[in-house]
Design a protein around this ligand. Structure first.
Ligand code: URA
Length: 231
C-alpha cells in the first residue's frame, strides 16, 4: 500500500504538490470513488483515474540497456569526465526526475572498454548479477597482442593469482584467432580480463562486454545507444 499522491507522482501525473492539488480538487478517483485526501492508501489493484482517465501504476523498477562506448566512465557523476549516465536523456519517458536520480550502472566497465551495461534502480538485481556467489556469466570479446601461454585455457579454468587476496574463480578462455579471444567470467574484479590475460603473457588492446547472464548486447545496437528493457 502506498499514498495516493506518491502513486500519482511516481506515475508521472505531476510533482508531489501538483498531484496533491489535483486530489484536493476532486479530480482523482480510486476504485470509482472520488478520493480527496492525498494520504489515501492505494494498493495498485483498484483503478486510479485522473479526470476519468486511468493512471497506470509506475513499475517498481526500471531497466535500461546501454552500449557503452570507449571514452566514457562508469560512474553516476563526475565533475570532468562524461559518464555512462550522460548517455541517457535527462527526461526518460515515464520516469520522474526523482526516479531518474536513483538510477545506477550495474558493475563497472573500464573507460576504454565497450559494450553491455545495465542501468537500473533495482539494487537486488544488481547484487544478484554481480555477486561472485551467484556465478552469473559475463562474456567478453577481446583483441590481444603478444602470445598467450600454451596452457592459458587451463590457467583460466583453474583460477589465476592476479595479485588479489584470492585467486580468480574458474573462467573460460576461447581462442578465436592468435589475436582474438572470448572470455567468460563469473565475477567482476577491477581490470579482471586485462589482468588475467596479462598473467598469461599477452596484453588486451580492445575489450567489449557482450553478455551478462541471459542479457545479450543486440547486434543492431551501436556504441552510445540505449534501450528501455523489461526484465
Ligand atoms: N575486465 C577488464 O579488464 N575491464 C573491464 O572493463 C571489464 C572486465
Amino acid at each position: 500500500m502506498e499514498r495516493l499522491d506518491k502513486y500519482l507522482a511516481d506515475a508521472g501525473a505531476g510533482t508531489r504538490s501538483e498531484v496533491k492539488n489535483l486530489i484536493r480538487k476532486g479530480r482523482v478517483t480510486v476504485g470509482g470513488a472520488k478520493a480527496t485526501k492525498p494520504e489515501t492508501k492505494v494498493s495498485g489493484e483498484e483503478p486510479v483515474c485522473l479526470d476519468g482517465n486511468p493512471v497506470k501504476k509506475a513499475p517498481e523498477h526500471v531497466y535500461y540497456m546501454l552500449y557503452k562506448p570507449a571514452g566514457v566512465i562508469t560512474a553516476t557523476e563526475d565533475t570532468r569526465e562524461k559518464t555512462v549516465m550522460d548517455l541517457l536523456p535527462p527526461d526518460l519517458p515515464g520516469l520522474t526526475a526523482a526516479r531518474r536520480a536513483k538510477l545506477f550502472p550495474v558493475g563497472r566497465l573500464d573507460k576504454d572498454t565497450e559494450g553491455l551495461l545495465l542501468v537500473t534502480d533495482d539494487g537486488a538485481l544488481a547484487h544478484a548479477l554481480l555477486s561472485p556467489a551467484k556465478h552469473v556469466e559475463k562474456e567478453y570479446y577481446a583483441e590481444i597482442e603478444g602470445t598467450l601461454c600454451a596452457d592459458a585455457e587451463e590457467r583460466f579454468r583453474s583460477g589465476i593469482d592476479i595479485g588479489d587476496e584470492k585467486m580468480t574463480l574458474p573462467a573460460d578462455l576461447i581462442r578465436i584467432s592468435d589475436t582474438q579471444i572470448s572470455v567468460i567470467l563469473h565475477e567482476g574484479r577491477f581490470h579482471q580480463v586485462k589482468r588475467m590475460v596479462e598473467a598469461c603473457g599477452a596484453r588486451v588492446t580492445y575489450l567489449k562486454r557482450l553478455r551478462m547472464g541471459s542479457l545479450v548486447l543486440p547486434d543492431d545496437m551501436n556504441p552510445g545507444e540505449w534501450r528501455h528493457i523489461f526484465l
